[in-house]
Design a binder for this molecule. Structure first.
Ligand SMILES: Cc1cc2nc3c(=O)[nH]c(=O)nc-3n(C[C@H](O)[C@H](O)[C@H](O)COP(=O)(O)OP(=O)(O)OC[C@H]3O[C@@H](n4cnc5c(N)ncnc54)[C@H](O)[C@@H]3O)c2cc1C
Length: 392
């Protein structure tokens, strides 16, 4: 079989690239080794796909080159994707912080992309493994489960390593290395953190306890959102966000009461409720089980009048900078994204084309560009897919 553009990976980036190239009249084939296309779209956003974010800027992306994503993101904006969603009459809503979700189901986004593929004359083949790729004088020869496919352009949209059960593979990284590209070290991002030893023992039985608003901090990066205790550690959006900036050994601080001036508040409580114990007072601002555990582990619980103001100020400071030592992450098994990947130094930021091998493109998560939680990763997939699809 001979096509103009062969795309490996029928996920968000691959399908957007296929639509764009197909609309230009290119003969496009998309192959995916999974039994269904767009599996991550289907499971995303709790089944409702957080398909973009109204506040997208390059600042919400991690990459060794923070400038790389700028061009593609500027040329395909959230409003471009919203226009597509509206054209297909898919109802959506803003949940919080600019995050847009389908009202009904992420299936609608996959349906929309496949309908656009059909209209653009794109062929999409699931259950089609790619075994090897070689360079030919006029393009690429790709050995697939359906035989040899010859293509003028080859687009690698095979994603990262997160959730291997969904079809994730290191194939894109291997292919990049085969063609001389550097691949930056990968690690799990947007992932729950694990605790070990005494930290795990202290907090394990708090599994299920949730705080609606904390502020997590690693170095100069911080996020205000919810936190959830799990059997093995910590999760919730504030933890997932900061996990992309955290690495073993890095100091993680959690402000448990970001909207309080905790020291002043406790001093006020000492005057207002002198006979009430600290754990009861803290239980008014924090989940009771956590308040009691903090008192057992850190501050003994006495009637408020027995604390000096200095002691209460120090307790307040501790609540604003709870030093929790994470031992690791839950890894690719549960991570939403993979940090690192194909080094952007080897790619054109305008087209995603390889600087080393003309006709070869890398798009989406396989590239060293990773967004925050909240629709940013799909927007990168759409934008980078679009950039490559305009030229491939
Ligand atoms: C549980 C979960 C929820 C998420 N929710 C959101 C969300 O709500 N909003 C958001 O913005 N982001 C979300 N993400 C992140 C988002 O899904 C990814 O960033 C995005 O899907 C990346 O798109 P992609 O096309 O680059 O890769 P993928 O969508 O991963 O697609 C890659 C495709 O390549 C195929 N493939 C891999 N190897 C091969 C091979 N060797 N041969 C053939 N095919 C291959 C895979 O089967 C897959 O279909 C979520 C991720 C997870 C895991």
């Amino acid at each position: 079989m001979k096509v103009d553009v062969l795309i490996i990976g029928a996920g968000a980036a691959g399908l957007m690239c296929a639509i764009t190239a197909g609309q230009r009249g290119r003969r496009v084939l998309v192959v995916d080794h999974a039994n269904k296309v767009g599996k991550k779209i289907l499971m995303s956003g709790g089944g409702r796909c957080n398909f973009t974010n109204l506040g997208v800027t390059p600042a919400q992306y991690l990459s060794a080159n923070p400038h790389f994503a700028k061009s593609a993101l500027a040329r395909y904006t959230p409003w471009d994707f919203i226009a597509l969603v509206e054209k297909h009459r898919i109802a959506y809503h803003e949940k919080e912080l600019g995050q847009l979700f389908c009202d009904e189901s992420s299936k609608q986004i996959v349906r929309m992309l496949l309908d656009e593929c059909t209209t653009a004359g794109v062929s999409v083949e699931a259950n089609c493994k790619v075994y090897s790729v070689r360079k030919t004088p006029d393009g690429f020869g790709v050995h697939t489960a359906r035989g040899e496919v010859r293509a003028e352009s080859l687009v690698v949209a095979s994603g990262g390593l997160s959730i291997p059960g969904m079809g994730a593979s290191g194939f894109g990284y291997e292919l990049a290395r085969q063609f001389g590209h550097a691949v930056l070290p990968t690690r799990a991002g947007l992932v729950p953190l694990t605790l070990s030893g005494r930290h795990q023992e202290h907090y394990r039985d708090l599994a299920g306890v949730a705080l609606p608003l904390v502020e997590t901090r690693v170095g100069k990066h911080s996020f205000r959102a919810g936190l959830l205790f799990t059997h093995r550690g910590l999760s919730g959006p504030a933890i997932l966000q900061i996990s992309s900036y955290w690495q073993p050994g890095r100091d993680l601080r959690i402000d448990l009461l970001p909207d309080h001036e905790a020291g002043d508040w406790l001093i006020g409580q000492r005057h207002a409720r002198p006979l009430v114990e600290l754990k009861t007072v803290l239980g008014d601002a924090l989940p009771k089980r956590l308040a009691h555990r903090l008192c057992e582990q850190w501050f003994d619980s006495r009637p408020m009048r027995q604390y000096h103001e200095g002691e209460l100020s120090r307790i307040g400071e501790a609540l604003h900078a709870w030093p929790i030592t994470a031992s690791g992450t839950e890894g690719y098994r549960t991570a939403e994204v993979t940090l690192g990947g194909v080094d952007t130094d080897g790619l054109s930021s305008g087209t995603m084309q390889s600087r080393l091998v003309p006709g070869l493109y890398f798009i989406g998560e396989v590239v060293d560009v990773t967004g925050w939680l909240g629709g940013y990763n799909f927007q990168w997939a759409w934008a980078s897919g679009r950039a490559a699809g305009e030229v491939a």
